[in-house]
Design a binder for this molecule. Structure first.
Ligand code: HEM
Length: 304
């Protein structure tokens, strides 16, 4: 993940690329080799299982997982866009890389911001107690009734977008944009991190203040260009519907189920909020916090 976001001199000065001055390309090739080895093993295991079960269909009775379905598609000669083994691996890697770190990083930032702003914790807990009650966990269909929790999620994504520069674009033709000439072939980065902190767009942009979204029609679906944590357009995050729900439901449950505190003796001003800036922006120092149960103890025995 770190190597994904590094600034390689060869990207900016292509004729220096072959020298690999920072050694990033060598390290990327080594990591790619290890990941490929892992994915090959996963595909081999699935192939073996499919053959053992009579081949072809991934076994009629046993439950299929995503890799089984992709391998079935790879066997289909009539597919308009061919799915071969290489694509099955790429797809699987996309799901692992895109679908895990992004939600975890966002939830960790949300809890960090709330530890700095205990009043927001209290307000969130009030909403959860009123809407969900203290005798159960939060479910997906509670989410539309939790505007304050949703505002916390948006505010977290405004200040800590998972992909601060989205993924690079390339201008397919010469274009004039807001008075700038962008020549065909130019690599373009959209800096959503800066947009999220732009004082021309946001009041008190450096402040964590979820109330700014209450009653406002600003969403994260790629239509409101001031808030683009999932990107926009044809290359917008395809995992958006899943990603946003995972963040909302897990954060809501973490706030509903636990009272959060900093380790004893630590003041909130001392909580370091530095980020590692790359393709994604995790915390520089992992969050350490203490969680106290808020709900009846029997609920913790059955899981969420
Ligand atoms: C927490 C949630 C997530 C956030 C904040 C997030 C954010 C993003 C962003 C900003 C992009 C680039 C979009 C652009 O440049 O316009 C992206 C691309 C992508 N995301 Fe996500 N994502 C999340 C969850 C997921 C999940 C759950 C999956 C899959 C299960 C996923 C799969 C992908 C893939 C495959 C791409 C590349 C799309 C392409 O290049 O065409 N993401 N994501």
């Amino acid at each position: 993940m770190l190597l994904n976001g590094v600034l390689d001199i060869g990207d900016s000065i292509p004729w220096l690329a072959w020298l690999d001055l920072q050694g990033y390309r060598r390290r990327m090739k080594a990591v790619a080799g290890r990941i490929d080895g892992f994915l090959e093993r996963v595909l081999d295991e699935h192939d073996l299982k499919r053959r053992g079960e009579g081949g072809g269909g991934g076994g009629g009775k046993k439950k299929k997982d995503m890799v089984d379905v992709l391998l079935e598609l790879a066997d289909d000669p009539d597919l308009e866009v061919k799915m071969d083994r290489r694509r099955v691996k790429a797809f699987t890697l996309d799901m692992i890389a895109g679908g895990t770190e992004s939600s975890a990083v966002t939830v960790e930032w949300a809890i960090s911001e709330l530890l700095k702003h205990p009043k927001i914790f209290t307000k969130a807990a009030e909403e959860l107690d009123r809407v969900v009650g203290k005798d159960r966990w939060v479910e997906e269909n509670d989410i539309p009734n939790l505007p304050y929790i949703n505002a916390i999620v948006k505010e977290t994504m405004r200040l800590h977008p998972v992909a601060p520069l989205l993924v690079p674009r390339m201008a397919r033709e010469d274009v004039e944009l807001s008075g700038y000439h962008i020549a065909k072939g130019t690599r373009v980065f959209v800096n959503v991190w800066t947009i999220g902190r732009d004082p021309n767009i946001w009041d008190a942009p450096e402040e964590f203040w979820p109330e700014r979204f209450i009653g406002k029609d600003i969403d994260v679906k790629g239509h409101d260009f001031e808030l683009l944590p999932f990107g926009a357009g044809r290359r917008m995050c395809p995992g958006y519907p899943l990603g946003i729900k995972v963040i909302q439901v897990s954060l809501a449950n973490l706030l509903h189920g636990f009272k959060w505190e900093l380790p004893s003796g630590m003041k909130r001003e001392e909580l370091n909020m530095d980020e590692i800036f790359g393709l994604s922006t995790p915390r520089k120092f992992p969050l350490v916090a203490v969680a106290h149960p808020r709900l009846p103890l029997h609920l913790y025995n059955n899981g969420v």
